[in-house]
Write a protein that binds this ligand. Structure first.
Ligand code: GLA
Length: 713
């Protein structure tokens, strides 16, 4: 049971979680919140002992408070490292001097929340720090509410991060993070940290392909896939963000993160509150593998929206088949073929609206193109439903083409600076969603679309970074607030649509994986992982994704060969096995598939339906990384241990080495496991100690094993 204990004698709050403990305390003067402990679970008495023994040490020429490992550092007094909060008051005073005012612990079923309020000693700033933990989990959700409790003067926020995570004292930390670009998202990268700051960020107004807002630290590069302590953090924000990992001269490391302070100023008017995004921390003692499994569990049980489906349905997407040239006839044909394979959702991608013959026109005009669909969308939707599938639709509501009725009617609705170029990227401009009229238009447009059609799935795309973030007329007093207001309004539209249309599932896409973060994941069922659908490249993209995010949310398509991006041709079986490691979709042009390919696809889709509860909702063990060696492999164990799925993907055969042995994890030593559709039985001990033997012959050979546990004798 998760528990937050307040110990009066030591002024400490001790968080007892599933397998970890976190401890913080107030200093005697009640002017600073100190970090005491974050690591493997210890008893409450030991945590109390640590809190009581806590001292700041005098170091010549150094700031005692600044060096005291604060949980949330307000800039002011002798603080010189990266602060969490920096403000300017209306009379010109900059810097905060605060004191503790109150705290509370809210207990709900399987969920505990602590809040601690600090107030400026002179000015009207109130800062409430929140911490939330859950029974059965090791995550700590942290966020902050800033309030201007005064009657008139505004407070200018210049830097407002969500949390500061303090790591235990160690000489040398390694940082692991996910970087990339379009078509190459979530690549696992690591670096040893020397004294100084390491910054990860997005200044693009959106999460970005380049860096994902997730980071992990371990000591002396000691953590492996299955062993060692890992501290990791992820931010729930889909706008510009920033993490600063600062290693001090005193063997300490802290990581501050939240909304990017670049080009950021936010005027907090009197009487106004601002909630900063959630920054979530997680401790795991069993290596990167356990860390990932804990992230996945948290996302499945606590973060992803509650949905009608126990498992994600298999979808077909038209993009790679028909691109912009969609019409009623070709979509009906594709739908028929998709249904015959066992697909459950048919998604029509770009091209169905406005004058969308190419990417230079139409964005913004979300009414059906009558040349392509003379009878509207409903006949297609009805046909899709008759075929036993749900209908899904692609939209990109945040964007506009200059060649569109929307832009012609509202040229002032896009971001732009007075007297400056409106910079187009991919022939599109970004709507200024900070504006309430744009927000309301977006909501009404999508609400109407969903109300007038039986649409049960939306692929929500966002295909360029934000530039020229100006709003010449309206926001003269605080133009930089658009960065924040954009995301707040985006979330508002999602939340309202979900409330009004609870039967609709959403997928977040941004040129592939440009908007994957805990903020969007709390509002969508799944994300489009990457526009790169080459199966070999995908293994590395999917591996990185799985460090932070749940396989259930990871949309993976089987597409055609040669692959449009890499020109590589790999067998259909291999493409399926790679895509079956997450939420399966098909994105190829089915009209060109041979009868044999269709037959193979039908059988594989059927077998995916059998294994998907475990793939999507089970525990993932990354057995072999695609970054090393010729064979990559992953294993999924059902939450109740009753079945095990193993995938092995070999990409190039060398030296005639066809045999591989994979030691499995997370099984019961004494239980017996049988391979589905084969007569083989193995004990858990055999599979874990000796391993599952298999042969992978030739290039791009792959195998899937489905093992079922038998009751103990
Ligand atoms: C983006 C998406 C693709 C597709 C196209 C349509 O690139 O990532 O999947 O939807 O837009 O324009």
């Amino acid at each position: 049971m998760a528990e937050i204990i307040h110990d009066v004698a030591s002024l400490a709050w001790i968080f007892q979680m599933e397998a970890s403990t976190y401890c913080i305390r107030l200093n005697e003067e009640q002017t600073s919140l100190q970090h005491i402990y974050w690591g493997t679970r210890i008893d409450t008495a030991t945590a109390r002992e640590m809190a009581l023994a806590w001292r700041t040490y005098f170091v010549p020429f150094e700031s005692t408070i600044g060096n005291s490992r604060e949980e949330f550092a307000p800039w002011g007094e002798l603080r010189f490292s990266e602060p969490t909060l920096k403000v300017a008051y209306a009379d010109g005073t900059r810097g905060i001097e605060w004191h503790f005012e109150a705290y509370g612990i809210e207990q709900e079923q399987r969920k505990q929340t602590l809040w601690l309020r600090f107030v400026d000693q002179v000015y009207s700033l109130q800062v409430t720090l929140y911490y939330r933990i859950y029974t059965g989990h090791d995550v700590i959700e942290r966020w902050v509410r800033l309030e201007n409790s005064g009657a008139d003067a505004p407070i200018m926020l210049e830097q407002a991060f969500s949390a500061d995570w303090q790591l235990p004292h160690h000489e040398r930390y390694r940082m692991t993070y996910l970087h990339g670009r379009w078509g190459k998202e979530t690549q696992v990268t690591e670096t040893l940290l020397s004294p100084g700051k390491f910054v990860l960020e997005s200044r693009r107004g959106t999460t970005s392909h380049q860096f994902n807002p997730w980071v992990a630290f371990d000591v002396d590069a000691s953590a492996t896939e299955e062993q060692g302590e890992v501290w990791s953090m992820a931010l729930a924000w889909s706008g510009s963000w920033k993490f600063v990992a600062e290693t001090t001269s005193y063997g300490t490391l802290h990581c501050v993160g939240g909304i990017n302070d670049f080009d950021f100023r936010y005027r907090l008017d009197a009487g106004v509150c601002l909630d900063l995004p959630m920054f979530v921390g997680l401790y795991a003692s069993g290596g990167f593998g356990e860390s990932s499994r804990k992230w996945h569990l948290y996302q499945r049980e606590r973060l992803l929206p509650e949905t009608l489906d126990a498992v994600r349905p298999i979808l077909y997407n038209s993009w790679e088949a028909t691109a912009f040239a969609v019409d009623e006839r070709n979509q009906m044909e594709l739908a028929e073929q998709a249904a015959s394979l066992g697909i459950e959702v048919f998604v029509m991608d770009d091209g169905w609206f406005g004058e969308r013959a190419h990417d230079r026109a139409g964005l913004g005009d979300w009414t059906v193109n009558r040349a392509k669909f003379p009878r509207g969308l409903n006949p297609l939707i009805e046909r899709v439903n008759e075929l036993g599938m749900r209908f899904g639709l692609w939209v990109e509501p945040e964007m506009v083409n200059v060649d569109s009725d929307l832009y012609r009617a509202h040229p002032d609705w896009v971001y732009h600076f007075h007297k400056r170029t409106r910079t187009e990227s991919r022939n599109q401009l970004v709507l200024n969603l900070a504006r309430t009229d744009v927000r309301d238009w977006m909501f009404t447009t999508l609400d109407t679309l969903l109300s007038e059609h039986n649409i049960e799935f939306i692929k929500w795309d966002m295909n360029r970074s934000i530039s020229d973030p100006g709003w010449p007329v309206e926001s003269g007093h605080n133009p930089e607030r658009v960065w924040l207001a954009y995301v707040q309004n985006l979330y508002w539209v999602f939340d309202e649509l979900r409330r009004r249309h609870p039967n609709v599932a959403f997928e977040s896409c941004s040129g592939g994986g440009g908007r994957i973060d805990l903020g969007i994941l709390s509002r969508v069922e799944q994300v489009w992982t990457s526009d790169n659908t080459d199966a070999l490249d995908r293994l590395r993209i999917q591996e990185g994704f799985s460090y932070a995010y749940a396989p259930r949310a990871m949309m993976c398509w089987v597409t055609d060969c040669p692959n449009y991006l890499t020109a590589r041709t790999v067998p259909l079986l291999y493409r399926f096995h790679v895509a079956m490691a997450g939420s399966l979709g098909i994105g190829g042009d089915l009209s060109h598939w041979t009868p044999q390919e269709r037959e193979e696809a039908r059988a594989l889709i059927e077998s995916y339906k059998r294994v998907r509860p475990t793939v999507q909702n089970g525990k993932l063990y990354r057995l072999r990384s695609p970054r090393s060696g010729q064979v990559a492999a992953a294993q999924y164990v059902a939450q109740d241990g009753s079945e095990v799925i193993v995938f092995a993907w070999g990409h190039s055969q060398q030296f005639g080495e066809t045999q591989i042995v994979l030691q499995l994890y997370g099984l019961e030593q004494e239980a017996s496991y049988s391979v589905v559709d084969e007569s083989m039985h193995y004990s858990g001990a055999y599979l874990m100690q000796h391993g599952l033997k298999m042969r992978l012959v030739g290039d791009f050979a792959s195998q899937m094993y489905h093992l079922v546990r038998h009751a103990l004798a």
